[in-house]
Write a new protein. Structure first.
Length: 738
């Protein structure tokens, strides 16, 4: 009973091919009838519309016409666009499923069923090995002949499926004759499978059948896997892959089949990678080194050939293939050479970049800069140069070269309107910044302030950031950018990057200097305050010049950081005003920060009055704090021991009164109420200090000095106020209060 059922199954398997053919034939006839009926309905509808003459809107016959022709009204829908389109879409989907996908699924099912039947017959000994092999080959030849017979009768889709089944059967016959039956050796099996692949490829090109071509090449790339002897035969494998890849590229030149090109790329690199990992992993052997280069050249030949010859094709797919090919080749060379031969790795990567750059230049000249393949190759070449810099110099050593590359990429991106080039430029600039900020190498030899490689390299990176910001500033000014918002963001970010780099290298230089001199870390404070005063000024000029609110916000943030840094350093370390009061590094550096804040506020008041007033107010507060610290420390060191800061405390009262008087005079002179309010407030604070603290804590002569000085300054201030009020009233024509 069992063999009979199996024989019936075999007969059903054999009969399923003709059954599928006749089902497709019936579907095609039905489709032809439906097309004729739809065409007749459309023709009748157009003739009916042409015979109806245009009439006045009030004519009653137009409204009664659908009733006079009930058959036409039932056939022709009221909406002449939506329903026929939906019907055509439904017919197209049904046709696609019925004629194409049922056919392809049926072919795959036949192949699987035939393979299972052959295996079952082998397991049960029904037919001998030779008979099974010949029967499979004969079935394949018959399927190919039957496919051609159906093709001549206009059933190309069915013919493609049956023909693909035939070549698959021939391929399977060669494999089973070697792997299961032992009738032939591995070389003979390789010859049979390779010839079947070549015949299938040639047939697919002749009949313009992309599915058959894809399946044929798939069999070609599966052949080394199925016939593997687990021996190191990489040279033979490379020769086979090159021949097969050249065939795929030739087919791609004759037929625009992207699937075949993708299969060639994935299959060749996958087989090469499997052999390399199995027998040559991590070793710079000659065969894999040469093989990686040959495969790289193979896969870039077709895209650049099409670009140079000006042939039509999918340029985006070619551009992606070029970039992926360079990436895969670089990864293989990295695994082979990174540990033992880094210099050779640099040469290999630079060689890949040089080949891509040369081909990109030629393609660029031929296409006028608009070919995606040329752009992709140029970006891949620059990426190779970036990686070579990292391998040769490390993260910190390659910062300068990355900066140069970043500026070049941004310039190229702006010139050809390439967002990927600008993005790579941003990445290179970020790498340069990271390398500069993370550079912890000890200086060679004795420390030389400013004139050392780390500081000069950081200056070059900062200059590159400023150059990039200048490029985007010119693009914004000329309004030549289609995405102005992105250019403004890049402009602000590059300015911020320059400020960060300058602040970082300046601070590092200050600490290295005091360490080389054997001084405590607090000795670097004046230099840090100088940096804090200088870096924000980098943003004020472009903010005011371009009236750029983002850059102004950047300047405000930089000044806020500078003031906070000054406050934290001043509070954590002693103020050294002795032995040279006023003429010492701390006070002069703090005055520089105050001057920078005041200048920024004065410049910003013309554009943003509120922001300028904030910066001016911050400068006045900071100056008040700095002078108070300097005065207190200077008088504390002058007076003798045991006086408990008597002179220092009294000097603070006098200084605050003088400062309040100066604010009052400036407010009256400039007629600026906030300054006058600040002066009155400071006079109040000074009075509170004198009456609540100095009166009880200071000695008699210090109390007298504080009270007399404050009183005189208050009287002088009231006099100035009175003159100011009198002048205002006289200018307004009002009677004097006196």
């Amino acid at each position: 009973m069992g063999p009979a059922i199996l024989v019936l199954l075999g007969l059903a398997l054999v009969a399923s091919g003709p059954a599928a053919f006749f089902m497709a034939l019936a579907l095609r006839r039905r489709l032809a009838i439906l097309e004729v009926q739809v065409g007749a309905l459309r023709a009748g509808s157009s003739r009916r519309e042409s015979t109806i003459a245009p009439r006045a809107p009030a004519a009653p016959t137009l409204a009664a016409e659908p009733a006079a022709h009930p058959r036409a009204a039932s056939i022709v829908p009221s909406r002449r666009t939506s329903q026929p389109v939906a019907a055509r879409r439904g017919d197209g989907l049904e046709t696609l499923i019925g004629t194409r996908w049922l056919n392809r699924v049926g072919v795959v099912t036949l192949l699987v069923g035939a393979a299972l039947f052959l295996k079952l017959s082998y397991d049960n000994g029904w037919v001998g090995p030779t008979g099974r092999t010949l029967a499979t080959a004969a079935a394949g030849v018959a399927a190919i002949g039957f496919g051609e017979w159906t093709r001549k009768r206009g059933y190309g889709v069915v013919a493609d499926g049956v023909t693909a089944f035939g070549f698959g059967a021939l391929y399977a016959a060669g494999y089973f004759a070697y792997a299961f039956y032992g009738l032939i050796g591995d070389r003979a099996a390789f010859a049979v499978m390779a010839l079947t692949t070549a015949a299938g490829v040639a047939f697919s090109v002749w009949r313009s059948s992309q599915p058959l071509g894809f399946l044929s090449f798939l069999g070609g790339y599966l052949t080394p896997v199925l016939l593997s002897t687990h021996e190191d035969r990489l040279p033979e494998l490379l020769a086979y892959l090159l021949v097969l890849g050249a065939g795929a590229e030739a087919v791609a030149a004759l037929r625009p089949w992207i699937s075949v090109r993708g299969l060639s790329f994935v299959g060749s690199w996958a087989l090469f990678g499997a052999a390399y990992v199995s027998f040559h992993a991590g070793r710079p052997d000659e065969a894999p080194l040469i093989g990686a280069g040959l495969l790289f050249a193979l896969h870039i030949a077709r895209p650049f050939g099409a670009a140079l010859l000006g042939r039509a094709g999918d340029r985006r797919a070619g551009a992606a293939l070029v970039a992926l090919d360079a990436l895969v080749a670089t990864l293989f060379y990295r695994d082979m050479l990174a540990s033992a031969h880094p210099a050779a790795l640099v040469l290999a990567v630079l060689g890949i970049g040089a080949v891509l750059a040369a081909l990109a230049a030629i393609a660029w000249r031929r296409s006028g800069g608009g070919d995606p393949i040329a752009r992709s190759a140029l970006l891949a070449a620059l990426a190779s140069a970036t990686y070579a810099i990292d391998v040769r110099f490390g993260l910190s050593g390659g910062a300068v070269l990355w900066t140069v590359e970043a500026v070049a990429l941004v310039l190229i991106g702006r010139r050809v309107r390439s967002a990927p080039a600008e993005a790579m430029g941003a990445i290179a600039l970020a790498l340069a910044m990271i390398g500069t900020l993370a550079d912890e190498r000890a200086p060679l030899g004795a420390f030389r302030p400013v004139l050392n490689s780390r500081f000069l390299g950081g200056l070059e990176v900062a200059a590159g950031c400023l150059a990039v910001s200048r490029i985007y500033h010119r693009a914004i000014a000329s309004r030549s950018d289609g995405i102005e918002g992105a250019s403004r963001a890049a402009y602000v970010l590059s300015l911020a990057a320059a400020g960060i780099v300058l602040a970082a290298i300046g601070a590092r230089e200050a600490f290295e200097g005091v360490r080389a001199l054997g001084l405590p870390a607090s000795a670097a404070n004046p230099w840090l305050w100088t940096i804090a005063a200088s870096v924000p000024a980098l943003f004020v000029v472009p903010a005011v010049r371009d009236r750029s609110r983002p850059v102004a916000a950047l300047a405000a943030a930089a000044y806020a950081v500078a003031v906070l840094a000054f406050a934290s350093l001043a509070a954590g370390t002693p103020w050294r005003a002795w032995p040279r009061p006023v003429l010492n590094a701390e006070f002069l550096a703090a005055l520089l920060l105050v001057s920078s804040l005041a200048a920024a506020g004065a410049a910003e008041r013309r554009v943003w009055p509120k922001l300028g007033a904030i910066h001016l107010g911050a400068a006045l507060v900071l100056f008040f704090c700095v002078t108070s610290l300097e005065c207190f420390e200077a008088f504390r060191r002058i007076e003798a021991e045991g006086h408990r800061y008597q002179g220092a405390l009294a000097s603070l009262s006098i200084l605050w009164a003088l400062y309040a008087s100066a604010l009052l005079a400036a407010g009256l002179w400039r007629r600026y109420p906030p300054l006058r309010y600040a002066a009155i407030g400071l006079f109040g604070v000074t009075l509170a200090k004198v009456f609540l603290f100095d009166l009880s804590e200071l000695e008699a002569h210090y109390r007298i000095l504080a009270f007399v000085s404050l009183g005189l300054l208050l009287v002088a201030g009231s006099y100035l106020y009175a003159r100011f009020v009198k002048r205002v009233e006289s200018a307004a024509g009002a009677p004097s209060a006196e």
